[in-house]
Design a protein around this ligand. Structure first.
Ligand code: KDG
Length: 349
């Protein structure tokens, strides 16, 4: 970031747009009032996402491209790269930090190796609904986390939706706390996830997303956990028999820019990109909610054996992993964790 003033201006812009974009049509109002005039230069830049173009993440990327190319009156030329073509989540972070890639969308979980506070979103069973997640992401906690990224040469522009994660495996249904025992489960490279599955008696294996299908196919792992659209659109049903609806974690996607790229942009160019992230993010969340419902039905049609995971068993899991939650809450920052839980509690009043 060029100087403290720029940093303050960036935070003001982000906060106002995030708040405008949380669950209302204000984002469109905000974006429609922006004059796309002033210093808009011809620019080509790359946006990389991890999932395929039919997943809501890919649909959101296409919407983002449409908006920025329209608002810049064709001066911005966005090249989209799906299916981790530019690299997995951690490689994307390195590309952005090096300035070899301008924009990327990744899950927040791998970011915890650089900014431990993003681990708030990995604490199991924090959220019951997407609306609770949006209130936290688009409010103070989400904004505080974005403010930690410039120190990593990353610019956080907004949160999209990966969604609630569910278990799949090839061995047996996961219906009780005991059923986790002994399963080789792939996790994202994230200390909270690793500790949680260890505590549950599983054998967790951290792995980049692009390696997961082959690992299941070759039985290197028994199972994995991801939101339903990811499971369906990556054909995990072809190598997994059981789908257990644990909804154990809500994972956000985060849309980031390379600081090197961001520093080259005028204020007008930054506003176009920032507003497009918020506007396409609203669209992406809506698409993901629809896909989540459709994917469950599709996976049943494709023959996956689907079971619910009862509230009673969820309580047993929460009790079993309580020491892990306590340990990581302290490491993440108890004040921030408490602020998140307080925000969620407000949503439940
Ligand atoms: O690269 C794809 C990832 O961004 C996304 O799928 C993260 O949920 C994720 C996983 O399991 O890696």
């Amino acid at each position: 970031m060029k100087n403290a003033f720029n940093k303050r201006m960036y935070i003001v812009l982000i906060s106002s747009l995030l708040l405008a974009g949380c669950g209302s049509n204000k984002a469109e109002e905000v974006s429609s009032t922006t004059e796309s005039t002033g210093e808009i230069q011809e620019r080509k830049f790359k946006l990389g996402v991890g999932l395929n173009e039919n997943h809501s993440e890919g649909l959101g990327a296409k919407k983002f491209k449409e908006i920025v190319e329209e608002k810049s009156e064709g001066k911005f030329d966005v090249s989209l790269y799906f299916n981790n073509q530019l690299g997995d989540d951690l490689q994307t972070v390195n590309n952005l930090k090096a300035g070899t890639q301008e924009l990327g969308v990744i899950s927040t979980s791998p970011l915890t190796s650089m900014v431990k506070e993003f681990g708030v979103f990995d604490l199991p069973f924090a959220f019951n609904t997407e609306e609770e997640a949006y209130a936290v992401l688009d409010g103070s906690v989400g904004t505080q986390l974005l403010e930690k990224l410039p120190d990593q040469k990353l610019i956080g522009l907004g949160y999209w939706e990966n969604g609630f994660r569910n278990m799949t495996n090839s061995k047996h249904p996961i219906e009780t706390l005991e059923d986790f025992k002994g399963l080789k489960i792939r996790t994202m490279p994230n200390e909270v996830h690793l500790d949680v599955f260890n505590k549950l008696g599983s054998n967790p294996l951290p792995m980049a997303f692009s390696e997961v299908f082959t690992a299941m196919e070759t039985k290197t792992i028994d199972g994995q956990e991801n939101p339903l659209p990811t499971i369906e659109l990556n054909k995990f049903n072809e190598v997994q028999t059981y789908l257990s609806m644990t909804n154990h974690v809500y994972t956000p996607f985060i849309f980031m820019a390379s600081e090197k790229f961001w520093n080259e942009l005028s204020e007008d160019e930054r506003t176009i990109i920032q507003e497009a992230v918020i506007e396409s993010g609203k669209y992406q969340r809506e698409q993901n909610l629809e896909q989540n419902k459709a994917s469950l039905e599709k996976l049943k049609e494709l023959g996956m054996k689907v079971n619910e995971f009862s509230d009673e068993e969820k309580e047993k899991v929460k009790e079993a992993i309580a020491p892990v939650i306590e340990k990581h809450s302290a490491q993440i920052g108890q004040e921030l964790v408490d602020e998140m839980y307080a925000e969620i509690e407000k949503m439940r009043q």
